[in-house]
Design a protein around this ligand. Sequence first.
Ligand code: ATP
Length: 233
Amino acid sequence: MLEVSNVRAGYGAINVLWDVSLTVARGQLTTIIGPNGAGKTTLLRAIMGLLPVSQGEVKLNGKTLSGTPTWKMADVSLAMIPEGRMTFRDMSVEENLIMGAFPKQHRARVQENLEKSYQMFPRLSERRRQLAGSLSGGEAQMLAMARGLMADPQLLIIDEPSLGLAPVLVNELFEILARLKEGGRTIVLVEQNTHRAVAVADHVYLMQSGKVVLSQPANEVSLDHLHDLYFAR
Ligand code: ATP
């Protein structure tokens, strides 16, 4: 579904990604792991058109995305849940969810998708009138994910959702990711929580210093080998 070929990108004169290639198959959960500064978020930004790609290209369903403005990404059915959640703090939980269905073609299905969100995230249902700014870290992460799903994206990209969450909420989060995968959703998950990410994934990419250094089906990944690569510089 998503094809990234030989992408180079960076910030101004500083290049961060060096010929990065990866593919994301429909209905699969693909995880991108790697140490701090490996370039994972930069790669997601390049995919989303938030950073210009100086070489290579990004294709979704065979069509090139390069040059598509980020605000149009929802129209091409791609949603990103950024690190740090970025909910609208002064709006209620429900208003935040409705904002997720902003692209025109999704508005007709707002009610239906709200009901689906509340089924998947019952805690948000209880808190639907509460201001998003008053949610706990875990609840805010659930809200960010539910909001991303409101537009029914073909591809959901999630950046470090477990960051800063208490262990019990990390468990809940990974259960939800597993359920989304079972429901056929295509997901790209960037994570620092390597063991959990590999356990839920179908395919694993490891990034190191702006390059992909490992690409393997999750069930073939050796955690020892991963550990060695992770700390090799
Ligand atoms: P983390 O897990 O810490 O978020 P990451 O793998 O997502 O790490 P990136 O955030 O993509 O890594 O950062 C990759 C490199 O790009 C780092 O060396 C970082 O310092 C640099 N970088 C990130 N954002 C900028 C920016 N806005 N301007 C200049 N350099 C940046």
